[in-house]
Design a protein around this ligand. Structure first.
Ligand code: FES
Ligand SMILES: [Fe+2]
Length: 358
């Protein structure tokens, strides 16, 4: 049995999943910068050329193996190794050595599949090196604000466990203080690489009292979730994008960014009235969005001690009121190579996805 590098008494509960995983906020990587990141037990090096081209590569220089994320630098459009000064163009080809000799023809950087969306940089990871098998979802559009609230958390747990929290309806009351948690107008749908869910609940907010919160989730693999949050009584409409990234065994990074949704003002014909309304919504959102965001962060802190000490029971004992945890686990099992063997995947499993579950 392998144990966690952080706690020798804690076994590794789940392997690394395959998929797209966020490794940085876009704002962390300006043109000319190099970043060293960790994904599924391996280093990844990211850089942006002076012209703004983003690249993600395997870390080791093909000449003699120096780590390009430690002292590697961008010179115009090239990445230059600190060891012998070999330079690599954006295609990965070696274009010069540090001593003016001909570059070795077969010395090439190994590129990773990367994608930039929702203010984050995402890297594809597959246990056997297979190419991306699904496209990455686009992020907030024109209907959303451009300034996000964002946060980073490092948790000693697994992406699958963190995402299970979404469908674990039973914990929202006892742990987070919600009441009346129920499935919204559509039941959870597990469909290929994504799943969708709609939940409604009541929650007490400081100063504002008890408010109804409407949450629509769309989950992409085990690395990314978009959730649209509405609190109609105070006019909050926001989109939160969260990334869950397995860094090392039992260690997961979480990045979260929230954008408020601009009001649909097409029916207002006067540009002046439209601008005035827009500015009212902006000022209200600038005040409310960080508060709602802090409330999400507080919930992560409430979950944290449970995530970091719980075990993963293959043979859990589900009860009515749990939410669709076992269908979720069956769906999640596809993101491992080989697919995760679990009681949930073995079936048969009787579970009703209807409103009285909540
Ligand atoms: S190891 Fe990179 S230039 Fe020699
Ligand atoms: Fe939670």
């Amino acid at each position: 049995m392998r144990t966690s590098p952080y706690d020798p008494h804690r076994p590794i509960l789940l392997p690394f999943p395959d998929g797209w995983f966020g490794v940085a906020f876009s704002s962390e990587l300006k043109p000319g910068q190099v970043l060293r990141r960790r994904l599924a037990g391996e280093d990844v090096v990211l850089y942006r050329t002076r012209g703004g081209r983003l690249r993600g590569i395997e870390p080791y220089c093909p000449h003699l193996g120096a780590h390009l994320g430690v002292g590697g630098r961008v010179e115009n459009e090239d990445l230059v190794c600190p060891f012998h000064g070999f330079a690599f163009d954006p295609s990965g080809a070696c274009v010069r050595t540090g001593y003016g000799t001909a570059p070795p023809a077969r010395a090439r950087l190994v590129q990773r599949h990367i994608h930039e969306a929702s203010g984050m940089i995402w890297v594809w990871r597959h246990a056997e090196g297979a190419p991306p098998s699904w496209n990455f979802p686009e992020g907030p559009g024109e209907e959303h604000s451009t300034y996000p609230c964002s946060s980073f958390h490092l948790l000693r747990t697994y992406p699958q466990e963190m995402l299970e929290n979404i469908v674990d309806l039973g914990h929202f009351g006892p742990l987070h203080g919600y009441s009346g948690v129920r499935i919204g107008d559509v039941p959870p749908v597990f469909d290929g690489d994504t799943f969708r869910a709609h939940f409604i609940a009541e929650r007490a907010f400081p100063l504002l009292g008890v408010l109804t919160v409407d949450l629509r989730f769309r989950v992409y693999g085990l690395g990314c979730v978009h959730f649209a949050v509405e609190i109609p009584r105070v006019g909050v409409r926001m989109l939160v994008v969260a990334g869950f990234t397995p860094r090392n065994p039992g260690e997961t990074e979480m990045r979260m960014a929230a954008y408020y949704q601009k009001p649909g003002l097409k029916v207002v014909s006067s540009p002046r009235v439209r601008a005035a309304l827009q500015s009212v919504v902006e000022s209200t959102s600038r005040v409310l969005l960080p508060q709602v965001f802090r409330w999400f962060e507080r919930e992560i802190r409430q979950d944290q001690p449970i995530f970091e000490t719980k075990t993963y029971l293959e043979r859990a004992r589900p009860a009515q009121g749990d939410g669709p945890i076992m269908p979720y686990r069956r769906w999640a099992s596809q993101f491992y190579t080989p697919p995760l063997r679990s009681a949930a995947a073995e079936g048969p499993f009787r579970h009703r996805l209807d409103a009285d579950e909540a």
